[in-house]
Design a protein around this ligand. Structure first.
Ligand code: SAH
Length: 353
């Protein structure tokens, strides 16, 4: 049991059961023992690996997609290039390298990173050496400029609440403790009007991520007012209905109630809820990551890079291309939406909803 598991168990003993959102918040952001405050979670040696860490091609495709959208909107100068949860900074470094030769893009951009983790900020500072970067912890402090934004595997780590539909009605799933061990417990009947329109049968689970919905509403309002585009990539699906809470340690799924602060704890992103929250702007259809990357030209790029590689480097490169795009790997589980002003052209690779 981790120190944080013990802290949370004692807190529940004194104050009673807590919501899953409160539990996730402590696991991820506890000032001393939180996952993103105290560890180096990402990469092959961490607990999980993300698309930009698999291959530079991911960031290159995303960067060119954003740059084309910037051109389509008349190349506004200045504009804000922002990333939510940049991790090790690899994605932004690849975006910047891929867009270096886009005329006027770097000169017009103001680079902003939204990041809570002090350790990861230092990693980002090192990899983005040479660029002027402004860090912030909240999107409402971004400058009032056309906003070109990317968020990859950001929304999955924001805290969710879970509501189970039982014969009796809706009950919130809580985290309780017995004899010092954490355990799930169904709470009181929850006020049904909150979930009245959720089309979920008895036995199903509604997951609600109010933090994600609020952030998307802010981004969309900014894009509707000032122009720009947001590309959201994450694992998840359209709608909610199942329990998707999961914890990953060392690339392996573990019980989400045991390794508090030492495992990555996430839930699938509900793209329907995000789309509804972006009503002030225009949202594309939900697009699988594999389809998006193919449309953006990843295969041509992969072939061009492959021509310079041999041996294990070539094998790794081919495996990375497959991992990012194949439906049995990340190609189908990961999905994307784009948000642009109403009436504006969608970014390349995306269809109208
Ligand atoms: N986008 C990166 C990393 C994803 S991991 C990649 O694709 O590799 C999630 C990132 O979001 C980490 O950088 C984490 O520190 C950051 N993060 C998590 N919760 C956050 C929050 N509430 N506000 C800002 N950043 C957050």
């Amino acid at each position: 049991m981790t120190v944080l598991t013990d802290i949370i168990a004692r807190q529940i003993e004194r104050m009673g059961p807590i919501t899953i959102a409160d539990y996730m918040t402590q696991c991820l952001y506890h000032p001393d023992h939180g996952y993103y405050t105290s560890t180096h979670p990402l990469g092959a040696s961490g607990d999980f690996i993300t698309a930009p860490e698999i291959s530079q091609m991911f960031g290159e495709m995303i960067g060119l997609c954003l740059a084309q959208t910037w051109i389509d909107q008349g190349a506004p100068n200045p504009f804000c290039l922002a990333e939510l949860g940049p991790g090790k900074g690899t994605l932004m470094a690849d975006i910047l390298r891929a867009t270096q030769r886009i005329e006027g893009f770097h000169e017009a951009m103001q680079l902003h990173l939204v990041e809570t983790s002090p350790t990861l900020r230092e990693t980002q500072r090192a990899i983005l050496n040479g660029y002027t970067v402004t860090w912030t912890t909240a999107i409402d402090t971004l400058p009032a400029l056309p906003l070109f934004l990317i968020a990859n595997e950001f929304f999955d780590c924001l805290p969710i609440r879970q509501f189970k539909r039982t014969e009796a009605g809706w009950q919130e799933q809580m985290v309780a403790q017995t004899d010092g061990n954490l355990a799930f417990l169904l709470g009181q009947l929850a006020p049904p009007e909150l979930y009245a329109d959720a089309d979920i049968p008895v036995g199903g689970t509604l997951e609600l991520c109010t933090a994600s919905n609020a952030i998307i509403a802010d981004i969309s309002a900014s894009i509707a007012n000032q122009g720009g585009a947001a590309l959201i990539v994450d694992y998840g699906d359209w709608g909610s209905g199942a329990d998707t809470l999961q914890a990953l340690q060392n690339h392996t799924k573990i019980d989400p109630l045991t390794q508090c602060g030492a495992a990555d704890i996430t839930a699938h992103v509900d793209f329907e809820a995000l789309t509804k929250s972006a009503a002030t702007a225009q949202v594309s259809a939900l697009t699988p990551q594999g389809v998006l990357l193919e449309r953006l030209g990843i295969t041509q790029r992969a072939q061009s890079l492959a021509s310079r590689l041999t041996g294990t480097a070539l094998d790794t490169h081919i495996a990375a291309h497959r991992r990012l795009t194949h439906p049995d790997e990340m190609g189908q589980l990961f999905k994307s939406i784009a948000i642009v002003p109403k009436g504006a052209a969608l970014p390349p690779g995306y269809d109208h909803a």
